[in-house]
Design a protein around this ligand. Structure first.
Ligand code: NAD
Length: 293
């Protein structure tokens, strides 16, 4: 709908689903110049940008380590089918567990720069945090700076100490301080679970976030300076964070090659403690998922 690509290929293990999606999306892209068709994994590996949305849902009563193993196996299968990949490929992971998938991808393709592979991670939690700030302070999104949720999608960490509204630290805005306890629920994925409970799947929020990210990336390619939460070049994405030697969501600046820089964050001791917990838990998931392979 946004005319962002010349050609979009859809790849799915189910040929019925992929044919259905192509037909449905062709209706949605009427009036654009985009060629939309079913593709192969090999073609995906030669694309400029790959968006991975495949996942395996946990079975009821399934042990977490078994689910993680199945998740890793899924990605190993996708990556081996896509190989060899194009040197300048960019890979965006939309499915969960995102941090694990990004780590597995980076390990599988050691020649691929870690600046070219990232997951949606806590981007949506960050938008929820920024929206909460505008609503409570009756301001616009451009008045909000340095407001991020980092860590991991299932348990986002609000970087409270750094965020500002009209250049005032939110820690000095009494109304926000008094409402602080509600924020963890606001930024959590509870809305995603509510939507799934009511209609089975939650597609639009994450799909729109991916589109906004691609637009942000294209703006960076054209060196356009844009304002507004969704057009900015700073995004919170699941990436390799070198100073932590860990995979988790962290604010990054995009450029035409993917990630230009990882943004340094002055964290409080409490925030740092939470970051270390996410690091440990993600490392545990990564190792556990390999044990039963
Ligand atoms: N954070 C959020 O708010 C949010 C919202 C929506 C979806 N998601 C995540 O996005 C992911 C996808 O969700 P969805 O609702 O689109 O699920 P879905 O079941 O509709 O789509 C997943 C697709 O992956 C395909 N698939 C499975 N294995 C494959 C393989 N080996 N190769 C190719 N295709 C394969 C399936 O056939 C299916 O069509 C999930 O991990 C979900 O948790 C997150």
């Amino acid at each position: 709908m946004e005319d962002l690509a010349k050609e979009i290929l859809l790849v799915d293990m189910s040929s019925n689903i992929v044919q259905g999606q192509v037909l449905d999306l062709a209706e949605a892209s009427e009036g654009t110049n985009i060629v939309l068709r079913a593709g192969t994994f090999k073609e995906a590996g030669q694309s400029s940008l790959v968006i991975i949305t495949a996942d395996v849902e946990p079975y009821e009563d399934e042990e977490r380590n078994e689910w993680l193993t199945r998740s890793r196996r899924l990605f190993l299968g996708i990556m081996s089918s896509m190989s060899p990949i194009h040197d300048d490929i960019l890979i965006v992971v939309a499915s969960e567990p995102t941090d694990l998938y990004v780590h597995v991808l980076a390990e599988y393709f050691p020649r691929l720069s870690p600046k070219r592979v990232f997951g949606i991670g806590t981007a949506m939690a960050t938008f929820r945090f920024q929206t909460w700030l505008t609503q409570l302070t009756d301001t616009k999104i451009n008045d909000i700076t340095d407001a991020y949720c980092i860590g991991t999608q299932s348990d986002p960490i609000v970087v409270w100490s750094y965020a500002k509204v009209q250049n005032t630290s939110i820690a000095f805005i009494p109304l926000l301080v008094s409402q602080r306890s509600a924020l963890d629920t606001v930024v959590s994925n509870h809305r995603y679970h509510l939507i799934r409970k009511r209609k089975g799947k939650a597609w639009y929020g994450v799909a729109a976030t991916v589109v906004r990210l691609i637009k942000g990336f294209l703006n960076a390619q054209q060196d356009k300076v844009m304002t507004g939460a969704f057009n900015q070049r700073t995004w919170v994405l699941s990436v390799y964070v070198p100073h932590l030697d860990a995979y988790m969501s962290w604010p990054v600046k995009l450029n035409r090659h993917g990630i230009e820089e990882i943004i340094e964050l002055p964290l409080s001791s409490e925030e740092l403690e939470k970051v270390n917990k996410v690091k440990e838990s993600n490392q545990y998931d990564f190792h556990t998922s390999a044990q039963l392979l």
